[in-house]
Ligand binder design. Sequence first.
Ligand SMILES: *[C@@H]1O[C@H](CO)[C@@H](O)[C@H](O)[C@H]1NC(C)=O
Length: 315
Amino acid sequence: MDVVQFLMYMSLCTICALSKPTEKKERVHHDPELSNKVHDDAQNFEYDHDAFLGAEEAKTFDQLTPEESKERLGMIVGKIDADKDGFVTEGELKAWIKKAQKKYIFDNVARQWHEFDLNQDDIISWDEYRNVTYGTYLDDPDPDDGFNYKQMMMRDERRFKMADKDGNHVASKEEFTAFLHPEEFDYMKDIVVLETMEDIDKNGDGVIDLEEYIGDMYSHDGDSEEPEWVKTEREQFVEFRDKNRDGKMDKEETKDWILPSDYDHAEAEARHLVYESDQNKDGKLTREEIVDKYDLFVGSQATDFGEALVRHDEF
Ligand SMILES: *[C@@H]1O[C@H](CO)[C@@H](O)[C@H](O)[C@H]1NC(C)=O
């Protein structure tokens, strides 16, 4: 979290603190849905289009003729086939879907990129990030606004190093995205867990006890009796979070809590798309099999128009 995000977060917290603290803080990162459309292929393939392309990109295909749509889909197939063996496997399709779902995050980072890339060499060094983010603090190391910038900066630097996958001390676009959105990247999971634990572990003993766990989501603030949901959370901690029943949550237990291995939406969709388009049932897809089913994968405006014509003819 950079300073700006942090300040926004803090002001949100102030708003929360002023209102009655019945809303609990969300620490758990769930695997998000692939689309907000209903998945009912008997009605339409809009869910599949959003899943396969990402919601924004899916809209652009709605403007295309079937021919244009097929042509662009054919080019996409080349990118999905990561090992270039001429077949798209379920695994390759799943990786593609995950990437399509993250596209808005990469776009978001691309928009901020030039702000941090001071010398415009298309990589971001820790110095660049630090100077941009903590510039005023570095000039005046003793501001009296109550923030511990030194600690925030050390935390950012540690995360920056973790995001630096190839260890060359600078961030590529991909690495910088992992730095800003660590919960989206498998190799950043440990730092997400560590930072969350540090937030909650008030006495700094490296584990989360029951009171710290509750204290993170609920503050008494003069309530004489705890609300029902807080009591439920106490039970949750004892019954499920603290798996080895030693009264505290360690790293592994915290990880199981905040990064649950949910239902894998991308995997399910990849399996579905293969099943629906694998004509010769060999378990993998050729370019032809995919393009034949272009209405399932990407669609086009003219398909709907065509369907409308067909429907019209029936009258
Ligand atoms: C960051 O700021 C320091 C101190 O002002 C300066 O010496 C350094 O050159 C800056 N680095 C970059 C990459 O801008």
